[in-house]
Design a protein around this ligand. Structure first.
Ligand code: UT7
Length: 341
């Protein structure tokens, strides 16, 4: 039982998918007024994976979802939750198509929109479904083709973002089991929505003559400050709810927005930097997909072991933020899969 009275959500599968195409800083710098040195020193990013034309968010989601199901040892779930900022279409949601392509037609399937915090908002939704008895097993996928929102000629955003997907399977269990997810702390501040936004394409402004309105614009320095403050605070709250001290924490996995943000969060929490695995160098900021991709990276590189006490923290547009905790379970994590459009 969890504090809400129902079963706990226990992580039992993990899978990822990265597109084939890799773009290095040097390649970007040949077409943009930027440099490998600037991008590395300001963000920690060396390269990113980008989807080719014709590949959609659902294509990445299906592959990551299939991998997570395989990793869990079972092909069935009772619900599919898809966290994404870049659905295949404005209408309908993408999750039902992903479920159908995974052979899960008939189960409830819905999208969650919380941008870079999408995985944790989706986690809270999955926990709620399991605690309420609506589902015993949930496939939670975070999939983003964020490059679709980025103006490739804008040096303030083009170097930052990459595409990818990660997925987990959660099953009903008990809070003392390895993999049981603790209470998920979430927050939002819509008064600061303007700090990172795509102006056109929604009901406020369906289309715009201004090309820039269809692309993401952001106030990087303001977001930087908010990201550090919100992720540090949310992590402290999640640790408190788990009854853990900071010294109990083996790994803190933060949304990979900027290597300097991760370092600043660790410093604020008085956590040694080597307890914060990072994959931003290899894949950049993959928005909602960032945390499950980082979990898989940490396992594959031997930085995350069964029994490790882990906190996850995210921050993103909205603004939104969140954090949760779990003890890392025994899990088979397969190699990355490439998308099949
Ligand atoms: O995913 C969650 C939401 N996103 C975030 O949390 C992002 C948080 N913010 C950041 O990661 C950083 O603010 C950025 C990486 C986006 C920007 O780094 P910064 O150190 O805050 O740079 P800045 O925006 O203050 O710009 C510094 C300078 C400016 O030039 P001047 O005015 O000093 O002459 C920019 O025009 O760097 C310039 N600049 C660049 N120069 C070369 C901005 N982008 C580039 C670029 N290459 N790509």
């Amino acid at each position: 039982m969890n504090p809400a009275g129902g079963p706990s959500a226990v992580l039992t599968g993990l899978g990822t998918c990265l597109p084939d195409t890799v773009v290095t800083n040097h390649e970007l710098a040949s077409a943009l007024d930027t440099s490998d040195t600037w991008i590395r020193s300001r963000t920690g990013i060396h390269r990113r994976h980008l989807v080719d034309p014709g590949t959609a968010t659902s294509d990445l989601a299906v592959e990551a979802g299939a991998r997570a199901l395989k990793s869990s040892g079972r092909s069935s779930v009772d619900c599919v939750v898809l966290a994404t900022t870049t659905p295949d279409h404005p209408c309908p949601a993408t999750a039902p198509q992903v479920a159908a392509r995974l052979g899960l037609s008939g189960v409830p399937a819905f999208d969650v929109s919380a941008v870079c915090t999408g995985f944790l908002y989706g986690m809270a939704a999955a926990q709620g479904l399991i605690a309420a008895g609506t589902a015993e097993r949930v496939l939670l996928i975070a999939s983003e083709t964020f490059s679709r929102l980025i103006d490739p000629t804008d040096r303030t955003t083009a170097p930052i973002f990459g595409d990818g997907a990660g997925a987990v399977v959660l099953r009903a269990g008990t809070p003392d089991e390895a993999g049981a997810v603790g209470t998920t702390v979430l927050g939002s501040d819509g008064d600061r929505a303007d700090l990172i936004v795509v102006d056109a394409g929604g009901s406020r402004q369906r289309t715009s003559r201004r090309r820039a309105d269809h692309f993401l614009r952001m106030d990087g320095p303001q977001l930087f400050r908010q990201a550090v403050e919100r992720m540090a605070q949310a992590t402290s709250e999640a640790l408190h709810l788990a009854n853990w001290q900071i010294r109990d924490l083996d790994r803190l996995l933060t949304h990979q927005a900027n290597a300097r943000i991760t370092a600043a969060v660790a410093e604020r929490l008085h956590l040694p930097a080597d307890r914060c695995p990072s994959n931003i160098a290899q894949i950049g900021n993959t928005a909602g997909a960032s945390l499950p991709l980082l979990l898989a990276h940490a396992v594959r590189t031997g930085q995350l072991h069964p029994g490790h006490r882990v906190a996850l923290a995210a921050f993103g547009a909205g603004l939104t933020w969140g954090s949760t905790t779990l003890c890392w379970p025994e899990l088979t994590v397969l190699e990355d899969m490439q998308p099949q459009p």
